[in-house]
Design a protein around this ligand. Structure first.
Ligand code: HXC
Length: 258
């Protein structure tokens, strides 16, 4: 697929998707959603890619869903086109880890996209918000659920009901982002984390990600049962043999994803 709203690159074992609608502060429109889904599919199918980074520009990760595209849509059109939902499903259930590298505006659907990823690295200039209330709607891409799980009811409620934005330092303090770095370094920092993940066993990474996500869905006993099954399963992988042998032989493991 030819991309007009995103740029897709591969650097070693990392796939990098850059949102690229600078004229609209990377507002997410239907075309971008289609392209993101296609890019994520192709990076998932590419066995050489072990971790994905989703990023934007220094000025804006994304200012949210494209308001100009939505202004004349009614609820039936929203429902029938499932405006954006295939994207949230795709990112939320993506088998490989995704690191969001964000800077500048991270608003509305942009914040929802970042929160659907697994790790969030922020530049010191990042501002986070769910401003949908200011345009007469509410978050619809998981914001009420994911933000509340990430920072708790009261802070989420204030952000969602008043449209209040928080800066990177506050986001870090609230547990919304993994790291805050100078603006020149946010992509580099994301690459460092992605590279570390990409060196691990892809099988173990995939199952560990699934297990952590399960913790947000089920009770403790069910979650522990799920973890145990996946843990047993990993003992059938070649990567487990390789990892344990490499430790004993005092060498670096060469994980193949088998
Ligand atoms: C369409 C947008 C946009 C958006 C910015 N632009 N955000 N276009 N949809 N969400 C466009 C502007 O219209 C403008 O284009 C250009 O980008 C630059 O924006 P400015 O407003 O001139 O920049 P600035 O003054 O720096 O203000 C930046 C901003 C502001 C604070 C981010 O643009 C803003 O408030 N944007 C809307 C944020 C928002 O409400 N997001 C939530 C959307 S709803 P022109 O052509 O005019 O120069 C949502 C729901 C998701 O995300 C639900 C999913 C199912």
């Amino acid at each position: 697929m030819e991309y007009s709203t995103i740029i897709v690159q591969r650097e070693g074992r990392i796939g990098i998707i850059t949102l690229n609608r600078p004229e609209a502060l990377n507002a997410l429109n239907s075309q971008m959603v289609k392209e993101l889904i296609s890019a994520l599919d192709s990076l998932n199918q590419d066995e050489s890619v072990r971790c994905v980074i989703v990023t934007g520009s220094e000025r804006a990760f994304s200012a949210g869903a494209d308001i100009k595209e939505m202004v004349n849509m009614n609820s039936v059109q929203m429902a029938m086109t499932e405006h954006f939902f295939p994207l949230w499903d795709k990112v939320g259930r993506y088998p490989k880890p995704i690191v969001a590298a964000v800077s500048g505006f991270v608003l509305g659907g942009g914040l929802e996209l970042a929160m659907s990823c697994d790790i969030i690295v922020a530049s010191e200039t990042a501002v986070f918000g769910q401003p949908e209330i200011d345009i007469g709607v509410m978050p619809g891409g998981g914001g009420t659920q994911r933000l509340t799980r990430a920072i708790g009811k009261y802070k989420a409620m204030e952000m969602i009901l008043t449209g209040k934005r928080i800066n990177a330092e506050e986001a870090y303090k609230f547990g919304l982002v993994n790291a805050v770095v100078p603006k020149e370094l946010f992509i580099e920092e994301a690459k460092k984390i992605a590279t570390k993940i990409a060196e691990k066993s892809p099988v173990a990474v995939k199952l560990a990600k699934a297990a952590v996500n399960k913790a947000l869905e089920v009770g403790l006993t069910q979650g522990l049962d799920f973890e145990r099954e996946l843990f047993y399963l990993l003992f059938s992988s070649e990567d487990k043999q390789e990892g344990m042998k490499a430790f004993i032989e005092k060498r670096k493991p060469d994980f193949r994803g088998r």
